[in-house]
Design a protein around this ligand. Structure first.
Ligand SMILES: Nc1ncnc2c1ncn2[C@@H]1O[C@H](COP(=O)(O)OP(=O)(O)OP(=O)(O)O)[C@@H](O)[C@H]1O
Ligand SMILES: [Mg+2]
Length: 242
């Protein structure tokens, strides 16, 4: 039973305030979409959950079974140890290291190290392309392959909660579709709880169990469920052009 509850979060950068009273919740094994166009605060919110930005107000609770851990009081390293992995914006791979070496580095937390080979096999099954390229330098791979590696590296940490920042960015439409579908499988195949930031509304709503739209750092819409999300007028009119 793993979930995340964000309550009344306020955060920003120095004098620039970005998130205003943001509350969201992600239940166990759900795939939740955080939707918003450029500059509306998606990455800022994910960075707060990962502990990279300290909010000035509010709380972020990782609900893990009976435990309720306030992540705002933990360091980024402690948050990783608690079972939260992030696929960051811009991938942040080690370009001179091979695919396999990048994956090994993703498994640095104690629990992950013990099952490293099993998880790597799973990653290679999920993304067969990575298996073919295991000895290739990460920096010499295509954008799509690098995105697969970035997701796989996060999975190597054997997270309970996976944060994914715009997996579709820079990918050709066919790859976007494939990537989103792979992410959609994680909750069922790995029992993962997933929070995914996206501005490709069209693709994200295909796999999301529910979603939020963030506008100027505020939650402008919170869906009850998948149907409520797909049928939302705001999504239809603003973002699908319908
Ligand atoms: N390091 C920073 N210092 C100051 N302002 C920042 C910093 N990072 C982000 N911002 C500002 O915070 C706001 C929200 O940015 P954020 O990166 O969270 O948006 P986003 O929804 O992830 O956008 P995108 O889809 O372009 O990635 C923007 O106005 C941005 O300029
Ligand atoms: Mg962003």
């Amino acid at each position: 039973m793993v979930g995340i509850v964000v309550e009344n979060l306020v955060a920003g950068y120095g004098n620039v305030s970005v998130l205003h009273d943001v509350s969201i919740d992600v239940a166990d094994k759900q795939t939740v979409a955080l939707l918003g166009t450029n500059g509306n605060g998606k990455s800022t919110l994910l960075s707060c959950i990962a502990g990279l930005i300290k909010p000035t107000e509010g709380h972020i609770f990782l609900v893990d079974g009976e435990e309720r851990i306030d992540l705002t009081s933990l360091s980024p390293k402690e948050i990783v140890e608690a079972g939260v992995s992030m696929v960051p914006e811009g991938r942040r791979l080690f370009p001179l290291l091979t695919v396999e070496e990048n994956l090994v580095l993703g498994a640095y937390r104690l629990e992950a190290r013990a099952v490293r080979n099993i998880t790597m096999d799973y990653c290679f099954t999920l993304f067969p392309r990575l298996a073919e390229r295991r000895s290739q330098q990460a920096g010499s791979m295509s954008g799509g392959e690098q995105q697969m590696l970035s997701v796989a590296r996060a999975l190597m940490g054997v997270p309970k909660l996976l944060l994914i920042d715009e997996p579709s960015v820079g990918l050709a439409p066919i790859l976007v579709q494939q990537m989103i579908e792979k992410i959609g499988e994680l909750s069922t195949s790995k029992g993962l709880t997933v929070l995914m930031a996206e501005q490709n509304f069209n693709q994200a709503i295909r796999i999301a169990d529910k979603g939020y739209i963030i506008v100027h750092g505020e939650i402008a819409f919170a869906s009850k469920d998948a149907v409520d999300l797909r049928e939302n007028e705001m999504i239809k009119s603003y973002y699908l052009g319908g």
